[in-house]
Design a protein around this ligand. Sequence first.
Ligand code: AMP
Length: 139
Amino acid sequence: MNLVEDCIFCKIVKGEIPCQKIYEDNKILVFLDINPVHKGHTLIIPKEHHEGIIDMPDDTLGELAKVAKKISKAVKKATGVAGFNIVQNNGADAGQDVFHFHMHIIPRLKGDGLGMWPHQKLPEEEMKDIQEAIIKSIE
Ligand code: AMP
């Protein structure tokens, strides 16, 4: 298995540091976030070290999505929340602190005031240009 020496999540996978485990199978580990946004904040990781979504093998990514659905249901039931976010940061500029792929399941409380990010209107031409550029970049 591809593991990285100084990666904190690889250390959790190897059992070198503890975690509050929720679920595991042969490819995936799920545990509580050590500094939860709200009670029940959970992380889903592949056991193999991959930095972000672009580096993830498609089959593992598919399995992570299935586990995310299963565990979201459990988090929702256990916490009693009506809503939750699934967040997955890619790169330091996007707020990624641990460079081992992970998905957050964050239970949300009504009126918790956390929001996400502000939206804006862009000129039509700019929208069209970026639409075309993204379409052309699909591999
Ligand atoms: P991100 O900013 O998306 O890279 O998120 C990294 C997350 O990992 C943060 O929410 C941290 O609280 C969490 N975290 C860091 N170290 C640990 C750890 N040892 N056990 C559980 N969660 C951790």
